[in-house]
Every structure is written in structure tokens, then in C-alpha cells.
Design a protein around this ligand. Sequence first.
Ligand SMILES: [Zn+2]
Length: 220
Amino acid sequence: MVEQKDDALLLRALPFSDSSLILHVLTKNHGRISLMARGARRAKSPFRASLMPLYHLNVRWREPRTGSMGTLIEVHRLSSLLDEQKILAGQLLLAKANVLFPDGVEHGYEELHKALNLLSKQNENLGLPTAIWSMLSDAGLVGDFTHCWHCASEINLDDKMYWFKAHSLCSKCANARGLELSSGYRKSVLNLLKGEHIKFSTNYLNTWQQITDEVVKSHR
Ligand SMILES: [Zn+2]
């Protein structure tokens, strides 16, 4: 049976039978995979101490003869991805990644890695929305703020855009409808996505929360 080895991020671990876990993992080169970690919940299991979310992991597994569930052979826990005080925000990010990069996708590892890195650079209030927007963007659910998401025409950052029905539109397409996305707001978001430290008003933060919620709802 074929064995594989790869860098991985643990999305979630679900209890299975008395002592095992089913792992959902994003790997660097093998996309999203599911692995059976036999006996992982036993006190003396060698998997127990290593299977931690929000760490770089390196996993070795056996591919299944049939079906899609591999069997975990070995796991090494490498560096931590977030400070302890950001673990809860990190868990929220994993829950989003679990939905955005479902079973069968070939990508997700780099995207989640980038998002966790953005979260690690900012305080949580700013880091979490930045990280979520970064993943929405990488998953293709949102466009950028320099093109109309409807007609694709290029928009100067100094011009206004309008948020209408979960899309950022040029003034022509918006046709006097929607919420204005000022140039200041859009520039600030772009800077946050580059990992820069900037002042971001509560007003901007509320707008970001609102438009992110609309994007997520519109793709349910
Ligand atoms: Zn347009």
C-alpha cells in the first residue's frame, strides 16, 4: 500500500468509535484529505500530544485501498502558528476554512497558512476580519477593490465603489444603489491584507463585518 508524507494543517478532529479520531487535514501537496487516527484518544497514544490544531504538522499516512479515508501512521508537531491569546480567533478561522475548502479540493493549505499569518500580525479585532477576507478572496468568493465585480472595469482607488447585493460595483453598475465604499476604506483594507499596521476606525470595522456577513450568506 502506498505511503505518503506531507506538511499539514489540522482542520478538525472528530471522535470515532471508543478510542479513535477522524482527522480533516489540509496538506501542502495532496489537497484536503481525511485520515483515521486509530487509538488517538488513548492516554498512551503517540498521536495524542502531536495532533494539535494551529501548529505546523508533518504527517505520514497510508492511502486507502478503497474509499477516501487514509490511515495515519505518524505525526510530528512542529512550530506553533499563533500566540496563545489568539487561539479562539484561530479556531474561528479553522471553522471558516473547513467550509471554504471542502472535501476533494486540491488547495486550501497555502490559503489557510496565509490567513493565519495575517491573524498573527495584528491584534485580534483587526486580524480576524483580515484573515477571513483573505481566505474569501483566495477561495474566489470576493473580488478585489480595484475592479468592478460586475462589469470588470478598472476602478481607481480614489474613486468610489458601491456595495450592492454582496458585490463591489462601479458607480455605473451600482446606479445610485448600495452602500458607498469610500476610497479611504478600500485603501485601508488593501493595506491590512498586506499585513501593514494601520489605524482602522470602528466605522470601517462595522462595514467590513457587514459586507463579510453578506458574502458568506450569499454563498450558503
Ligand atoms: Zn461596473
